[in-house]
Design a protein around this ligand. Structure first.
Ligand code: PDD
Length: 285
């Protein structure tokens, strides 16, 4: 049976509900994380926790529990579900209060968590790359916060789905590509990986951080700078990263073909080894 977590209780998923006055539903007043686990071992937990702490602090949201207790609670939830390779979803909102815009003074933050099967892109998608489209950048100015306010992201992703594409890349008025609706994006030119630097303009992806570390360790050159749609369309390669997709090559942007190359392929292999090493079960002698 699928078990979820709601404010201190582990309960069957079908019964896992929140209050009608939760500020998450009224105002999207909350933050979230998606953390992958393989063989029941969480991948990059510490950086996910660091980003979560940052998101909470920025929005003046109280931590519902300390990191050690949270780690134990997450592991208990994973233990209660029969999923070896999964995605943990964690959401913290400002809690339940009569609807009014200012922060309530005496409300406890709410924490809910679910796990589900980690459905990765298909082997064919990993091998052949995927199609992306673009969407005007219509989001707010604090995109480094992993806020549950995702209306622009879902509108963009739906446009992608309608056009049979895997992802939508946000493009600013000046032509700069920021990131995907749920991924970070990269192009490769003359062997150099180019990606937006971390700032308020993008979500600092945890997969992004790991991929850039792996690139550095393996002498793949990185240039953290803005790039435009025009540059992307004439790039040697393009790819994107996220917790659920890992790293995947892009073979088409807005109908224009992008070549597949060795850089994304190499990083794919490096990332797979990295994840497998974390997810290895302990050796029993
Ligand atoms: N999305 N940018 C945006 C806007 C995202 O929503 C995500 C992740 C990323 C990549 O971050 P990370 O590597 O830490 O997953 C970048 C998650 C997976 C989601 O919303 O489901």
């Amino acid at each position: 049976m699928r078990i979820s977590y709601v404010n201190g209780s582990f309960i069957p998923h079908e019964q896992a509900t929140i209050h009608i006055d939760d500020r998450g539903t009224d105002f999207a007043d909350g933050v979230y994380e998606v953390i992958a686990y393989k063989n029941r071992k969480l991948i990059d937990l510490e950086p996910h926790f660091a980003r979560l702490k940052n998101s909470l602090a920025f929005l003046h949201l109280a931590e519902p529990m300390n990191s050690n207790t949270l780690r134990t609670t997450i592991n208990t939830l994973i233990g209660k579900n029969k999923i070896d390779d999964g995605l943990l979803y964690l959401r913290i909102t400002r809690g339940v209060a009569e609807r009014a815009h200012p922060f309530p003074s005496d409300t406890k933050t709410s924490l809910v968590m679910t796990v589900k099967e980690w459905k990765k892109p298909s082997d064919a998608e990993y091998t052949n790359g995927v199609k992306v489209i673009t969407h005007p950048e219509i989001r707010w100015a604090w995109r480094h916060i992993k806020s549950i306010c995702l209306l622009p992201n879902i509108m963009a992703k739906q446009k992608a789905a309608d056009l049979n594409a895997k992802e939508a890349w946000f493009v600013e008025k000046d032509g700069t590509i920021t990131e995907g609706s749920s991924s970070n994006v990269y192009i490769v030119k003359n062997g150099i990986v180019i990606t937006q630097p971390e700032s308020n303009d993008i979500l600092g992806g945890i997969t992004r951080k790991t991929i850039l570390n792996l690139a550095q360790e393996n002498n793949i050159k990185i240039d953290e700078r803005k790039f435009t749609l025009t540059e992307a369309i004439s790039a040697d390669e393009a790819f994107m990263t996220s917790t659920s997709m890992g790293i995947i090559a892009v073979n088409e942007i807005d109908g224009k073909k992008i070549p597949l190359g060795t850089t994304a392929r190499r990083l794919q292999g490096l990332y797979e080894s990295y994840v497998n090493a974390i997810g290895e079960l302990p050796q029993i002698n």
